[in-house]
Design a protein around this ligand. Sequence first.
Ligand code: DSN
Length: 423
Amino acid sequence: MKNALALYDPQIYELIKQEATRQSGSIRLIASENYVSKAVMLATGSCLTNKYSEGYPEKRYYQGQQVTDLIEKLAQKRAKKLFGADHANVQPYSGSVANLAAYLALAEPGDTIMGLSLTHGGHLTHGWKVSISGKIFNSVQYPVSEKTGRFDYDQIADLAQKHKPKIIISGATAYPREINFKKFGQIAKDVGAYHVSDIAHIAGLVVAGIHQSPVPYADIVSTTTHKTLRGPRGGMLLCKEQHAKSVDKSVFPGLQGGPHMQTMTAIAVAMAEADTPEFITYAKQIVKNAAALAEKLMELGFNLMTGGTDNHLILIDLRNKNISGKKLAIALDRAKIVTNYNNIPFDPAPPANPSGIRIGTPAMTTRGMKEPQAKLIAEMINEVAENIDNDEVIQGVAKEVLMLCSEFPVPEHFIISNGHKQK
Ligand code: DSN
């Protein structure tokens, strides 16, 4: 029987089906993407989408919150347990809003904030000039070391001493190494700054204990919920009790109106899924797959920023291959391997056509792929790069990709916290 969407809007139904086919028939290596469980999908598409819940549990501005209060409290409780935080705000619409809310909880417009430059692996909202974060705050950007591609903590400390920021932001979107949040915390403390940590990319690795957690060292931790954490598209803030009130006020009414209850409901589901031994195994495999992919790529002559990876992502510097990041990303997409072109630190090329591509393993790992498949994918990437203008070869790789995808179908059912498989 056809579902309601197929009956009422067959065109959109068809497009959704096409996207589902694209997602299952390609190797998705965008480091910030994943596949969610059927349970997360169901919660996202539930009747909670119909409810306005401005305010917080027991302090709402609309009636009819008997159930939403319970859901929000459950989502908060699960998030606090998972990350070992005093307080959780599960309302931010996205990571960008979560970051802005964190800054506005601790600083005033015009104050100085200091974050990693976008072109060195930071995020727009870490103070990049075209972002509101770089417009309403006086933004100082720190680089990675030109020599190692890694953070030079002494250099960051010197910059902090010079500019005396109100907030130092740790965290990145294209940094393949473990971040020393303890050092960031100390640098902030030494200059009397607050420390905001953005773990959007690595939240799942933090939960699994394979990346240092910033929770003990940061005043506020910001994250998205959909990357390695494998939940719905959303944002979340975790903080110490002393900042709880200002964080909540900053999210609502500071930046947002009614929270997206359907997303919050799905966040609660995802937090339960992440609180399982199976999730820890999954997160460990993400890192093992990235390491195997990195090793094989290097064997094949690719230059990787920092010479490898400690986490879920790899940044390839393509200058020795004489191909631009954009050209390779487009060719790979034709081969059904989905990546994004990316700046490399100190990139001589412009951001619209940079010298690198970024790849990550969260989504392929969700499909159950392991090290042998990671190595095979490295070989396919090489095949495309070596035959960048040869459509016959690229179509041949696309067929290999389809075969690999058929061996590792997208799973729908993950494990939930009581240890039973979802039905
Ligand atoms: N756009 C995300 C990423 O791909 O890293 C960060 O927000």
